[in-house]
Ligand binder design. Sequence first.
Ligand SMILES: Cc1ncc(COP(=O)(O)O)c(C=O)c1O
Length: 424
Amino acid sequence: MPHHTVSPSSCLPRHYSNPKADHERVYGPSERAILSRAAFDEAMAEIGAWPGYAPTPLRSLPGLAREAGIDRVWYKDESTRFALGSFKALGGAYAVLRLLAREVTARVPGVPVTALDLVVGRYAQVTRTLTVATATDGNHGRSVAWGAQVFGCNCVVYVPSVCTPGRRAAIEAYGARVVVVDGPYDDAVRRAAADAAEQGWFVVSDTSYTGYMDVPRDVMQGYTVMVEEAITQLPASERPTHVFVQGGVGALPAAVCGHLWESWGRQRPRFVVVEPHNADCLYQSAIAGRPARSQGDLDTVMAGLACGEVSLLAWAILERGADDFLTIPDDGAIIAMRKLAGGKSAGSGQGGRPLVGGESGVAGLAGLLCAAAHEEVRMALGLVPDARVLVFGTEGATDPEVYERIVGSSPEMVAEGLISAAGR
Ligand SMILES: Cc1ncc(COP(=O)(O)O)c(C=O)c1O
């Protein structure tokens, strides 16, 4: 964990302008087969009725906009999303619900199955016999485990060996069995798929691969609830000119890109995908012009982005929908976390109340700050003084121990504005 003073100017991003980007292309049937307004309406009606649902705040960060030399920065703050503190609550749990509803309907034909039916255990004799399995580097597994607990089935979650004890415990807290796989995230994906096939379990993965598309499509569609909230919350007269979104397997950036593309067509903002230097599968795919593996070793503090292979469904949207691909060093995320925690404090803060953003959660913002601090990248991305940028703060302190080590204060202290000087 670097303790030296770091600034965006010491974090040089790599930038690749996507030659396949097609801003004129209409959102057509091949895109709509993945994400669509109709499927969004279903997801919104469902998730919007869950207890505890509330849109997360969209915050304006004037201090960071000034620092980046642009007009506006909006930060969609997912740190309060249900009890999970990350946008992933919208995806995995929704996919578990859809899967269980399908399976119950197949066994008890004729009656539509609602979320409430499952929550109150009306079909418990069926759901109790079903097991969902997934791989995760933290947040997705927590969402699937939560969904399994709420909707009444069993759950097994595979984590890579680098998954921290805090993240493992958070999954177990929802009653799931956690299996540690000796290898990176992509090995955990394969092990989950193999064990599920052998045991007759259902895979609820956030990444898609050949022959496995339906569930990851539901996961991505769940994420679009967050995007629609942001559209509603943005001032109508001030649409963003740019969106910076972090990617792991790419489901998140694809959900944001697809929903904005379908909603705003050619008027959609310039779309920038941000990844860690060491986990750059989307960046490498853009260069190769087809799905490609990361060239880095996946060693990054941005745990949720430590993925070596892209989701095929996500790539199908990003291939033409993403305008730019950026990669950043870990220090970029660390700086962004500290700046958000700094709030109004002179010289280090974002110009508002202190905000708690986790390592993967701040990566889009970090990409913006790193790009803005380097003239060549800044120009290449068109970050002119009247640029307005939307970023998604996709998690709060989902591992409080890691957070405190990086920021120097606990998430609670930051939220209360009691930040220690050591943290900055
Ligand atoms: C907080 C956070 N942000 C972003 C992502 C990236 O999402 P995706 O892998 O769908 O690209 C993840 C994935 O785990 C995450 O946990």
